[in-house]
Design a protein around this ligand. Structure first.
Ligand SMILES: [Zn+2]
Length: 64
């Protein structure tokens, strides 16, 4: 996945933007983001959500 919500740098750092609330955060790697409660590549492929938002809620909301 490579879009406006997910930016990966050559040094491994990533910037994620929550697709639900728009929160933007930088992490050392995907593992750190995941540990902070984010759903993101490479653990999830369809959605990026922060620790405050649930990807299940986001997907459910957009299915209606
Ligand atoms: Zn969020």
């Amino acid at each position: 996945m490579n879009n406006n919500f997910y930016t990966k740098f050559s040094n491994g750092k990533i910037i994620l933007i929550c697709m639900n609330c728009g929160k933007k955060e930088e992490f050392d790697d995907e593992k750190e983001a995941f540990d902070e409660g984010w759903d993101c590549p490479s653990f999830f492929t369809q959605v990026i959500t922060c620790g405050d938002c649930s990807s299940a809620d986001f997907l459910f909301k957009n299915k209606k």
